[in-house]
Design a protein around this ligand. Sequence first.
Ligand SMILES: Nc1ncnc2c1ncn2[C@@H]1O[C@H](COP(=O)(O)OP(=O)(O)OP(=O)(O)O)[C@@H](O)[C@H]1O
Length: 560
Amino acid sequence: MKRELRYGAAALRKRATTRLIAWLIPEILPTAVYGIAVAHATDNFLGGHVWQGIAWLGGLVATACLGAAGARQVYGRLGDLVEPVRDDLVRRVVAGALRTGDDSAVARLNRQVEIVRDTFAGLVLVIRSFAVTLFGVLTGLLSLAPLVAAFVVPPFLLGFALSLAVLGMAADRVRASLQADEDLAASAGMVFGGVRDITAAGTEEFAGRLVGDPIEAHAAAERALAKVAALRTLCFAVGGWLPLLILLAAGPWLIGRGVSTGTLLGGLTYVLIGLQPALNAVMGALGDSGLRYVITLGRILDSSAEVERPGHTDTPTGFDVSLRGLSFAYGPNAEPVLDKLELTIPEGEHLAVVGPSGIGKSTLAGLVCGMLTPTSGQVLVGGVRPARATPATRVLIPQEAYVFSGTVLDNLIYLLPNATTPQVADAVDAIGAAALIERIGGLTADVKPGELSAGERQLIALVRAYLSPAPLVVLDEATCFLDPEAERVAEEAFARREGTLIVIAHRISSALRARRILVLDGNQAALGTHVSLMRKSRMYRDLHGNWAPTISRSQIQPAS
Ligand SMILES: Nc1ncnc2c1ncn2[C@@H]1O[C@H](COP(=O)(O)OP(=O)(O)OP(=O)(O)O)[C@@H](O)[C@H]1O
């Protein structure tokens, strides 16, 4: 919210604002005078001086005309103030769309720019008119009877301060409500789209849960919003009605102290037709236009900040990977897969990640490579969030290797299009893919992905990753279809390659080759070498015990 308020404040630092303020003075006058005029007119009428009473009311009409002339000037000045805001926002939106090539963003964001312009103008008007009333009423009350002011002003200011305090809370809750609304629309849309399949597969209960949670979240957000509305009414009661009650209750005491009936009526006039409507208007505007301004402007600034940086990316400094209190769950109410994980993987490290099936190894790989966003905590690669880091910083090879129709060479140099022939030959040799490529027909032969075995596809993907310029390589069971010997050759090649290597291991041999091993165990994690983990991690000892016999009798699909 601070950023949006700063933006508004900067937009107000203009000459147009000074001119707008200057035109406040003729408007303050009638506001200051009407209580005094009512007081004197009443006292004169009560004292039988009818003409003097009428003269006071005539004076009130004259100052009101002066105020109207001042108000007329305001609208012309307002344009000078808000149009530059609109221009600036449109410039940001269009510049962003040109960089991203997202034409639809222009239409979407332009609508938001209109909202910001209108709400900004509305806020300027309401705040200005509130200031006029406040200054006018204070001046009038103090010149009429400071004693009356002492009863009226403090509860009014208290109500106003409480309203401002509630606004911050309201902004958060409106944002939460919008988010809940969007989440519900997304999950309901997904379920409605798949009703036929859900019925066919008999997964109604699962689908019910899928929309049930967002419905609950939405209802909770709306209830929270309703509580804020109730609080706002309470604040208005304090600021708008309490001064009136106090003044009425203190009436006899004030009259006993020499305050005239007219003066009391003048004080009530200031509250009833000055302070109370002004507070109502400013609170309504801040709670409605103000929140729409903050939230809509926030969205525009967020989207333009995303595109203001070239290519939407940051360049990491170094390639150490740090996990800081990293937690991740696949849904708002799902059990966390990873919980407050702390780990630093220094540049050049060779780390193996082991753990039972479904413990979260692939989830961790996805987080490190920026394909998943942490629920809380951080992943940083060279000090930068992976999703924002330049894509060339990391490569993730999953279990199901991706190979596309094209030549073998196209497939190999996909991540380094300008690779030289010796570079390609080195990579092929290092990974042990020479025999496979020869069998396919050489580098210029066409690849037919469907005709390759899973292991062969993995070999091609491994050469591609090896050849890539990425200093961080994550192999997520990327060698699981290779025989142990082919896996050893490939892994050793990656270990020799410069950079950081993270291997999600599916065999103990992979873990034994690594410099350090991370054992994921429920929400716990243990880090160490094979020797230290055999001593301190029961989970690692169990995995080692289960894995060891399978090494010799692995049923592995040969690579070639
Ligand atoms: N897209 C998803 N949506 C919901 N839950 C998921 C999703 N992907 C994974 N999970 C769940 O998250 C948990 C961790 O999964 P993950 O694939 O990270 O485990 P893993 O240790 O890599 O398992 P494996 O060794 O079998 O590949 C599992 O309970 C899994 O069912």
